[in-house]
Write a protein that binds this ligand. Structure first.
Ligand code: NAD
Ligand code: ZN
Length: 351
């Protein structure tokens, strides 16, 4: 009976991902039930599978994976007025408490009591049916695909990074790391008006994609000498970038980010590497380079959707692979190994 099952991708424990049926959830007050459609695999999903933890977030009991997702409203909970059954929506996966000072100030990504899909102990959305707060679901116009809806999640990270960096018309920007997050930061920076963008990576294949997406300069990192890389960035751009957005988390890359950024500029740290890194802090201090972190995003889905819906940003080329829910394990293996030039692997939950 196809309609009564709820096939779900459950991470039992580190290294053990299984597909099994879980109860179909019913929407509570102000929630919608969603028939899931597209779920992108994020590096963090792979990380929980391989390592069982990210920092202090530890998988202690079985958890359903998936948080980059879109689906179709299949039932309304009490009180929902903004959506109707059949609406196609992108799902913003973090629902904050709405009561604390961070929530009240609008920086709800910093809420200590946020529910976030597939961050332990919260279950994710990689399953046939899932329920979510209706006001954290964004209705997609007809011409925006559900896959693009799923991409709004990592795109929102790019939006938040570019907003924190202050990207605007004429900005010269360095993006460090050309994984999905770096590439989406590149697309966002371009859409926000950056006119000269350099991007770095170890991997030539990813740099080639970055070039196709509109990077003006794509620099392969072949040295751990951060000052040397910074010189190459300056030579490529013709001057130092006033904004750098670090999207690898690698220590040498963060170091390059500091050396490369123009005095008085901003370095935004998106990439998450080891908890402690050695960086040339005095160079940043003496040259008034502001170092800003970002944690996910807040209030970024509407702009991310507008960028896609208006055609300002085409994120579709990032999707390199497709798998049905039944082949989730294969999908994760493809994402983990980067086989076949995989960038964003998309899982389709509908039968
Ligand atoms: P990814 O691993 O696919 O991409 C990282 C890229 O960095 C790879 O292409 C890799 O080749 C490149 N790289 C590695 N070392 C490098 C170096 N020394 N110089 C330049 N490039 C180098 O990961 P992703 O999904 O694109 O995510 C990027 C980072 O952003 C991850 O660390 C992830 O944890 C982090 N992230 C942070 C937030 C946040 O809220 N702060 C949100 C999402 C992702
Ligand atoms: Zn809160």
């Amino acid at each position: 009976m196809a309609e009564v099952e709820n096939l779900s991708a459950v991470l039992k424990k580190k290294g053990e991902l299984v597909l099994e049926n879980t109860p179909i959830p019913l929407p509570g007050k102000n929630e919608v039930q969603l028939k899931m459609a597209a779920v992108g695999i994020c590096g963090s999903d792979v990380h929980y599978l391989v390592n069982g933890r990210i920092g202090d977030f530890i998988v202690k009991s079985p958890m359903i994976l998936g948080h980059e997702s879109a689906g179709i409203v299949s039932a309304l909970g009490e009180g929902v007025t903004n959506l109707k059954v059949g609406d196609r929506v992108a799902i913003e996966p973090g629902v904050p408490c709405r009561m604390c000072s961070f929530c009240k100030e609008g920086r709800y990504n910093l809420c200590p009591d946020v529910f976030f899909c597939a961050t332990p102990p919260d279950d994710g959305s990689l399953r046939r049916y899932y329920c979510h707060a209706a006001d954290f679901c964004f209705k997609l116009p007809d011409h925006v695909s559900l896959e693009e809806g799923a991409l709004l999640e990592p795109l929102s990270v790019g939006v938040h990074a570019c907003r924190r960096a202050g990207v605007r018309l004429g900005s010269r920007v360095l993006v460090l790391g050309a994984g999905p997050i770096g590439l989406l930061a590149l697309l966002t920076a371009k859409a926000m008006g950056a006119t000269h963008i350099a991007i770095t990576d170890l991997d030539q294949g990813r740099l080639d994609v970055a070039k196709k997406l509109g990077a003006h300069h794509a620099l392969r990192v072949d040295t751990r000498d951060a000052e040397e890389m910074a010189r190459r960035v300056e030579a490529a751009l013709g001057c130092k970038p006033e904004i750098s957005i670090e999207c690898s988390g690698a220590e040498p890359s963060i170091q390059t980010g500091i050396y490369a950024t123009k005095s008085g500029g901003v370095l935004v740290l998106v990439g998450l590497g080891p908890p402690t890194v050695n960086v040339p802090m005095v160079s940043a201090a003496l040259r008034e380079v502001d170092i800003r972190g970002i944690f996910r995003y807040a209030n970024c889905y509407p702009l991310a959707l507008e960028m896609i819906a208006s055609g300002k940003v085409d994120a579709k080329p990032l999707i390199t692979h497709h798998f049905p829910l039944e082949k989730t394990l294969e999908a994760f293996e493809t994402s983990r190994t980067g086989a076949g030039g995989a960038i964003k692997v998309m899982i389709h939950c509908d039968q």
